[in-house]
Design a protein around this ligand. Structure first.
Ligand SMILES: Cc1cc2nc3c(=O)[nH]c(=O)nc-3n(C[C@H](O)[C@H](O)[C@H](O)COP(=O)(O)OP(=O)(O)OC[C@H]3O[C@@H](n4cnc5c(N)ncnc54)[C@H](O)[C@@H]3O)c2cc1C
Length: 396
């Protein structure tokens, strides 16, 4: 494998966005992805609120993406048990993007050959003589880059190298899917959630034919391999939603089988985020590798986009010397840039993950006492429940 100065591990949302942010600042990077091709189907779609759109604007891809997804105008929560519902206008720009559109757009904006597929990182060690990181891949090859950015998701090898504690699991799982209505659907452009007992179904139209939905349900331990079968995934939802409205059951019945995915919900605890070491020398984490969180606020992906902008801005400001052949890494400057990035991001992700954690606990709480505690904490700590979307990651 050829050596390069700046290496990113993982070509998910955060890895691609980080490579693009660096590219916009004139910094070359190489992304190593373990899959053989772009992972643009898993997870079907992703809701992006105005903080995420700000980051996409800074990355220069927001306008392309706006054409792919309609504005979501309303937030509606329906309690099927008691027949109560609450609806309010959606704050700020909100759209639901097909993951394929987001991933493909980020990828297409990168210089050719930025992403190397089929390259799975196995371990990182520090060379005792040079103090540089040595990346070992499972095919036996190794490289010694100057800078390593771990965007390798919730089960991150780079986070392990930094001795971050392993993420925890919510006692919940999420199924996601897309349903295509060839003659058009009749749903409002709203983020609608339907709750009954411990089950929750969410629905957001992407455009006039395509609808994204998710189903959150209590986790029941079973052999993990059964979730590779889309029919099992679809059945698991339909079996739980016996007395849900017909239009919801039909939406799940008609789902595009390729789009179905099942995920256990992981999170890094807010207190681990408060105290964790996010970089060592010139090795750092971003995206889910840093702050994997439950989907209850729909902010994990947007937080990764924000990371990309803040990290590239600080790296460009402090981490490079200009030489005739281009920009060259200045190791001390990179460490200073990483320090600033962590300072800028730590409290943002602590607050996001705390609000997400409390919202998830409220959803899963079985006793009234726990519910009351979660509601009280949410009220005291997050008076404005959608204050998190006002965050601006700043210019690139
Ligand atoms: C049910 C559910 C719903 C969600 N809904 C939303 C939402 O509405 N809005 C939102 O903003 N977020 C949402 N999220 C969160 C969002 O999906 C994640 O935060 C986001 O995908 C994380 O991106 P990432 O690039 O950091 O990590 P990932 O998407 O996990 O990407 C990591 C990449 O690294 C690669 N990789 C891993 N290990 C290695 C290795 N050793 N070597 C090489 N490559 C490696 C993987 O193959 C992958 O391509 C949701 C999550 C779930 C589970």
């Amino acid at each position: 494998m050829e050596d390069s100065e700046v290496v990113i591990i993982g070509a998910g949302i955060c890895g691609l966005a980080t490579a693009l942010a660096l590219h916009r600042k004139g910094i070359k990077s190489v992304v190593f992805e373990r899959s053989e091709s772009l992972r643009n189907i898993t997870g079907s779609a992703i809701g992006i609120r105005q903080n995420g759109w700000r980051a996409l604007d800074r990355l220069g891809v927001a306008d392309i993406l706006r054409h792919t997804a309609a504005l979501v105008k309303r937030d509606r929560f329906v309690l099927l048990d008691g027949g109560k519902q609450q609806a309010m206008p959606m704050d700020g720009e909100t759209r639901c993007l097909r993951r394929k559109d987001l991933i493909d757009t980020l990828f297409d904006a990168l210089p050719p050959a930025t992403v190397k597929f089929g390259c799975q990182l196995e371990s990182i060690k520090i060379d005792p003589n040079t103090t540089k990181p040595v990346l070992q891949f499972i095919d036996g090859s190794s490289i010694i880059p100057k800078v390593v950015i771990g965007c390798d998701g919730g089960k991150s090898i780079v986070a392990d190298f930094l001795n971050l504690r392993p993420p925890k699991m919510f006692p919940l799982c999420g199924v996601r899917g897309l349903t295509n209505y060839p003659n058009g659907h009749f749903f409002e452009y709203e983020f609608a959630r339907f709750k009954k007992g411990n089950n929750l179904v969410g629905r957001i139209p992407i455009n006039d034919k395509l609808v994204y939905w998710f189903c959150a349900q209590p986790y029941v331990p079973r052999d993990g391999r059964i979730w590779e079968d889309p029919e099992v995934i679809r059945r698991s939802c339909l079996d739980l939603l016996g007395d849900y409205p017909q239009e919801i059951k039909e939406m799940i019945e008609k789902a595009d089988m390729e789009s179905l995915s099942f995920s256990r919900l992981r999170y890094r605890t807010p207190w681990d985020l408060l105290t964790g070491t996010f970089f060592k020398g010139t090795v750092i984490v971003a995206g889910d590798a840093m702050h994997v969180m439950g989907p209850f606020l729909g902010q994990g992906g947007s937080a990764g986009l924000e990371d990309a902008v803040v990290l590239a801005r600080n790296m460009a400001k402090l981490g490079f010397n200009h030489v005739e052949s281009g920009k060259k890494v200045a190791v001390h400057g990179i460490e200073e840039a990483f320090n600033l990035y962590v300072k800028e991001r730590r409290m943002r992700v602590v607050r996001l993950s705390l609000q997400t954690y409390l919202t998830g606990m409220l959803f899963g709480a079985s006793s009234w006492l726990n519910k009351v505690i979660c509601i009280a904490l949410l009220f005291v700590l997050f008076k404005n429940g959608s204050g998190h979307i006002d965050y601006d990651c700043g210019d690139l």
